[in-house]
Write a protein that binds this ligand. Sequence first.
Ligand SMILES: [Zn+2]
Ligand SMILES: [Zn+2]
Ligand SMILES: [Zn+2]
Length: 497
Amino acid sequence: MGIRDLWNILEQVKQETSLADFRGKKLAVDFSSWFVKCEATPYTNRSIFYRIVDLMSNGITPVFVFDGPKSPEFKARKRGESYFRATSQWKELLNEMGFPTLYADGEAEKACAQLNSSKAVVGCVTDDGDVFAYGATTVLKDYRTGSKEIHLYELSAIEEKIGIGQKEMIAAAILIGCDYHKGVESVGREEFKDLLKELRNNEVPDIIDRMRGWRNNPEILSIIEEEKKLNTDNKKKSAHCSRCGHLGTLPRHSKNGCSHCNTPKECNEKTEDSGMAPCSCEFHALERKKKPFLTELKVRKAALCQPCFPDEKDEEIIFEFMSKDESASNCIDLMLKTANYQNVIEKLTEQFGVIADDTKNFFPALVKMVLYGQVRDLAITPVELLRKCKKDGEPCYLIKFKQFEFDAINTENVYKIKVLQSVIDSKFPELTPKDESKAKKDQGQTQAQAATSKERKRGKNDDSRQSKINNFFSSKKNKPNRKASDNTEDLQSLKTE
Ligand SMILES: [Zn+2]
Ligand SMILES: [Zn+2]
Ligand SMILES: [Zn+2]
């Protein structure tokens, strides 16, 4: 996808990351990129569902972005009827689930990039490198459910280490080529890298303006003129001394010295850093003049083989990457909204074939969304701190939360969820064991406190709604209690990809 060879060019700034690094943040998800990946698995819809739960479990709000109707002609994708039907069904469901969703004007990557560059989201989840040409600053590639090895690319690192920003990406699309443009013949990634280095040394501020001005750039034209003149005058390169490199010959210099070296006899040995005066002949003068522009001269020559450069199509590509996506500009409220969850679960199972064993992961993930502040109008009630534990090396507590009223799938009345200690310390300080050693000594007392705190909570919530919940729970109380494992947390074993 996207610019040819891009991911190879970016290899040196690739970082490993996991979703945990984006906890409590928002990410734009290029849904077509997801769909294509999940379509390659035996259970497309279940795979998509698990990706959603995976993001939620990390307290991440995905903003789902879909391809819109106005794709530029050169990017028009040949996608079948079934693709559009399936993705639009998902869009509808994701809406019902309360996720922010967005139909881009045209390409989804473009809207993702814009949400990212305007800081509405902190990154884009996509495998399509075009997002960078659209101006994305943080890209998560090779996403897999539960993976701790998602690849992270940051534009700041790319700019710093490889010298490629948005405009350079666009230039790459035109020079090296991309999915929808063959590029300039004989320009590959090595030439492009050299070109960027040269332009940087020559302090060229804007590569696109530079390319547009290639035909008439006076500095470059003067070099070409000079070279032409030397060639047409048919001058032979005069003899140069093999020791000092100046005009003359070694035997003559040995006898009469060299005027450039300013020696009456012999001449100076030419070494890398001898700091000797350069040869003043016109061949060497031109060589020195050309040296800072060698790659540019080569690439320019290849590009100008086109009757017009940049031509209409090149300009169309530049415009596509540089222009704005209105839908993303108007996208403001990116919170997860509460939904009619009974409907959602019903649809998931009946229409999308996500089995009940899968769907029971949804509500514990929703608790995480509340914990990390990604949903406004949903309350959660911690019941008990069970024990200290770790998750991915981070100190956590295993907390028992009261089950959501609308959760008709879970049979245990509570969720047992690992939560970062720091989050519990700040949100529910009354649950936190006060002081380790003291807590041990006064264990009895701590338990008593916990009990009062529980009591207090119950008292506070004891309204008609609460009794409804209690009724709901009591109807299930006779069911066998499963082993108190952390199965709500364990997506790994349920992974479908
Ligand atoms: Zn010499
Ligand atoms: Zn000399
Ligand atoms: Zn010379």
